[in-house]
Design a protein around this ligand. Structure first.
Ligand SMILES: Nc1ncnc2c1ncn2[C@@H]1O[C@H](COP(=O)(O)OP(=O)(O)OP(=O)(O)O)[C@@H](O)[C@H]1O
Ligand SMILES: [Mg+2]
Length: 408
């Protein structure tokens, strides 16, 4: 009987969870952005790895469509951000998907005579948008604005609320001064200009915490242009829901007791990816125990953490050099390692740890920059650093304990 109840938990990038816990406040904030008559605020949805940015953005889509918005967008790859032309192509491609069925005119070149087939309607498909783009003089921003203004006039006439451009992985956006290419600034300039003219285009960008500082660095007006929603871990009650709701079904052979739920909370501390991961493991262990008529065991904490370490953390850790690991070890020893820390705090603490080579602050600065590139830490707008991977400090401490020494 229980073989028919499949493991419902979904640890995986962008996989919709069986029950999306919490996020009511964030959803309400998005609803407020949708209600704007003149677009003054756009969305930045940000947070550490695995916090649920992608799945939340996905749940925003039907909400927007229900209230009359059109939804365009995709994941932003690094190649989109190579050149202004790539960025323009990306925007036109995504726009064309929602506008390609909208008729703008009837082809005037087709004479209608007796017996002729009916004239072809001209729709705002990609070829049409591209031709308007190409035939507009000026820079890429002039061309894009012209296309988007033209599209807006039709969308508005049809009584649609507006168009949302939703881009995930938007931390990949960048300008390239050395190559004289500014695709990120282009995106920001075009949307700001259109919004000032009253066109209801809304930008919704999701990405790692490096995203918002990048936007502000490219254009200081981004600070006012975006409302930042920073996803936090689920709280205790929400985590309990995320654990229990998916299996509260008659056909489900197992149930998580209060004890087990507490244990899962203490391992995952409400980080959504970890919640899915641990629940999936526990569910499998229990179903297998039932299959072999064994008593249901308690949550095998040590084994699950070991597996999580090798599946989630080890790959990232393996990329760090010995020296970087030594530095990360010092950070993991700071009491505030799960929040923000400064170069000064690291240097100070490094003095207290006996290391073969000491760390100067310029050294630490440089190493933090390369650790940022590797996606292990990030620098916020106030110059403070944080781990970019949830619960990384605990993992480093475990490495330290298992090697029985300092991480020098
Ligand atoms: N509110 C939630 N309740 C329960 N599970 C969730 C919730 N949000 C996300 N998850 C689960 O967490 C995992 C990570 O979600 P998602 O891929 O959306 O995160 P992300 O922030 O986009 O990660 P990344 O930074 O790697 O792109 C998925 O397995 C998803 O099912
Ligand atoms: Mg994602």
């Amino acid at each position: 009987m229980h073989k028919r109840f499949k493991n419902p938990f979904r640890p995986g990038a962008g996989h919709m969870p069986p029950y999306l816990a919490g996020r009511e406040h964030e959803t309400k904030e998005f609803g407020q952005l949708l209600g704007q008559d003149v677009i003054l605020s756009n969305l930045v949805l940000t947070g550490l790895r695995g916090l649920g940015k992608t799945v939340l953005l996905e749940t925003f889509k039907p909400l927007a469509i229900q209230t009359g918005w059109l939804w365009a967008g995709t994941d932003l790859s690094e190649s989109t951000s190579i050149s202004e032309n790539n960025m323009a192509t990306r925007l036109l491609t995504d726009l064309a998907i929602v506008t390609s069925t909208i008729v703008v005119a009837v082809d005037p070149s087709r004479q209608i005579g007796f017996g002729d087939p009916p004239p072809e309607p001209i729709t705002m498909n990609f070829a049409f948008l591209r031709s308007v783009y190409e035939s507009t003089p000026g820079l890429a921003s002039d061309k894009l604005k012209r296309v988007l203004e033209m599209v807006w006039s039709h969308i508005d006439a049809l009584g649609r609320k507006g168009i949302i451009f939703a881009y995930d992985e938007a931390q990949n956006l960048a300008d390239h001064a050395a190559k004289d290419q500014y695709p990120l600034s282009l995106l920001l300039d075009v949307f700001q200009s259109l919004q000032r003219k009253g066109c209801r285009y809304l930008l919704a960008l999701a990405g790692l915490p490096t995203l918002f500082p990048k936007l502000v660095e490219a254009r200081t007006f981004s600070e006012r242009m975006f409302h930042v929603v920073f996803l936090m871990p689920l709280n205790h009650a929400e985590t309990t829901e995320a654990i229990r709701r998916p299996i509260q079904k008659d056909s489900c052979p197992v149930d998580f007791s209060i004890n087990s739920t507490e244990t899962i909370w203490s391992i995952t501390r409400g980080y959504p990816y970890f919640v899915q991961y641990v629940c999936r493991e526990v569910f499998d262990v229990w179903v297998q125990a039932m299959d072999t008529d064994q008593p249901i065991p308690s949550v095998p904490v040590a084994e699950i953490i070991r597996k999580l370490d090798s599946d989630f953390f080890a790959g990232r850790w393996a990329k760090a050099t010995d020296r970087q690991r030594a530095l990360l070890g010092i950070i993991a020893g700071l009491t505030n390692c799960d929040q923000e820390f400064t170069v000064q705090e690291i240097v100070q603490d490094a003095r207290n740890v006996k290391l073969p080579k000491s760390f100067s602050s310029s050294h630490v600065n440089q190493m933090l920059a390369s650790l940022s590139e590797a996606g292990l830490v990030y620098k916020n707008r106030h110059g403070k650093y944080s781990f970019a991977v949830p619960l990384l400090g605990d993992f480093i401490q475990r490495q330290r304990e298992s090697s029985g020494s300092s991480l020098s």
